[in-house]
Unconditional design. Structure first.
Length: 93
């Protein structure tokens, strides 16, 4: 069983900042997938930015969603989600 997505935020260059329910954070680069099938719709940056958490994974307004295992495995782990400081995470430098 893979961790559930708790928060997703679109960031620069067609990447997603993701916070998982196990406390891990990651960045998922969607650029490699934007030339294939339904993912081509997400090349429109406004459509891409309308991403949200749906159940235990992520979904876009267009109905495109990703398998939670894919999201977790393909996300590059980070210490702190993009756009948040270490203080917001409850740690101090």
């Amino acid at each position: 069983m893979y961790p559930s997505v708790k928060k997703v935020t679109p960031i620069d260059d067609y990447r997603l900042s993701i916070h998982f329910d196990n406390g891990e954070n990651g960045v998922l680069d969607m650029k490699p997938y934007l030339d294939f099938g339904v993912f081509q719709k997400l090349k429109d940056r406004k459509a891409f930015d309308r991403v949200r958490v749906s159940f235990d994974t992520i979904e876009w307004d267009s109905g495109i969603d990703l398998d939670p295992e894919f999201v977790y495995v393909k996300s590059q782990r980070t210490d702190v989600p993009h756009g948040e400081t270490s203080e917001e995470q409850g740690t101090h430098s």
